[in-house]
Design a binder for this molecule. Structure first.
Ligand code: SF4
Length: 328
């Protein structure tokens, strides 16, 4: 009965009145018994359908500078501090960027995200990304996103000028828990970069990773921080523990809790693009179809920088089977 009250209030507030879930509602949804989670997913799916229709946004990531990163994010196999087996590679050539973008377009993606494993971009790195973006935009009908780490104020106009559509910079987790996942930069530095992106009129892609040891309260705080930033896109990753990293022995997120979190994200941010990112396959396994009815409206095709995923064919077959339309 109590669970039904919570779901009814959530339905009225988010679906009927179009208001995002607040802290109190998220806290109640976070502890709904497992048997009520399917009803929660159905509600989140209805909110998604109203905001996003039948479209699913598909993205390809490109790891344009692999490994060797100065930072110590405990989940990341690209940190130079961990013996994770990731061999560092220098920044891609311009032709490498272009080939990767052409490949993303051939694979059916509508969005291409250039990712570099750095604390923040040097002048030369930024220049090469800018040149590559200009050429990609000239040649291909792709939305271009970049993930370049911490950005300074004067670096944003360069991205605006060359037509970058979106900047990814994740909060990763709650403000309280952040020092437990990274000590070489702060939550505030990430927050400030996100604000700068918004101030310069670029779309913001900002999410994080579930399953790093955070509490339920941290997950709620994390969603409320995202709600405050109001990003156009929220990528949700589930920790895929990488050998050699401090989080190598963490357990995978329970599939039902992963889906509950996606639904909570949809209730907290009813209108944005919520995208399944890394860890989808290993976490959800046989529940990936159900995942598309949990509030998400996008996915990254299987290649998450240093880990793989399932084939494009499987993902596109899933979307067709479920009646979704891939958005260009
Ligand atoms: S998450 Fe980014 S900043 Fe952190 S170690 Fe990995 S590449 Fe570096």
């Amino acid at each position: 009965m109590i669970a039904q009250d919570v779901l009814t209030r959530a339905r009225v507030r988010v679906l009927q009145d179009g208001q995002p879930a607040d802290r109190e509602l998220l806290a109640e949804v976070a502890v709904l018994p497992h048997e009520d989670v399917p009803e929660l997913l159905a509600l989140a799916n209805a909110v998604r359908a109203r905001a996003c229709g039948n479209g699913v946004a598909v993205e390809v990531l490109y790891n344009a500078k692999k490994g060797g990163c100065s930072e110590d994010c405990h989940f990341c196999s690209q940190s130079a501090r961990y013996a994770s087996g990731v061999e560092p590679e220098g920044l891609s050539s311009i032709e490498g960027f272009l080939e990767a973008a052409r490949d993303a377009h051939r694979r059916g993606a509508g969005e291409f995200c250039l990712v570099v494993a750095v604390r923040g971009p040097s002048r030369s790195l930024l220049e090469r990304v800018a040149t590559a973006t200009t050429l990609i935009k000239r040649e291909l009908p792709l939305k271009v996103a970049v993930s370049l780490g911490i950005l300074r104020e004067e670096q944003l106009p360069v991205l605006v000028q060359v037509g970058v559509d979106k900047v990814n910079h994740n909060l990763e987790t709650s403000r309280r828990y952040f020092p437990q996942i990274c000590t070489t930069h702060t939550f505030e530095e990430r927050w400030e970069t996100c604000l700068r992106v918004r101030r310069h009129g670029l779309e913001l892609c900002c999410g994080g990773i579930i399953g790093m040891g955070e509490t339920t309260q941290d997950r709620i705080d994390f969603l409320l921080a995202l709600q405050e930033l109001d990003p156009q896109e929220v990528p949700i990753n589930f920790l895929n523990p990488r050998p050699g990293t401090p989080f190598q022995d963490r357990s995978l997120v329970e599939p039902i809790e992963a889906l509950r979190f996606v639904a909570m994200a949809r209730l907290a941010m009813p209108r944005g693009l919520i995208r399944f990112a890394g860890g989808r396959e290993i976490t959800l396994q046989g529940l990936q179809d159900l995942g598309m009815f949990s509030g998400a409206s996008g996915l990254v095709l299987g290649n998450y920088l240093t880990t793989g995923g399932r084939s494009d064919r499987d993902d596109f077959a899933m979307l067709e089977r479920l009646g979704f339309e891939v958005m260009a």
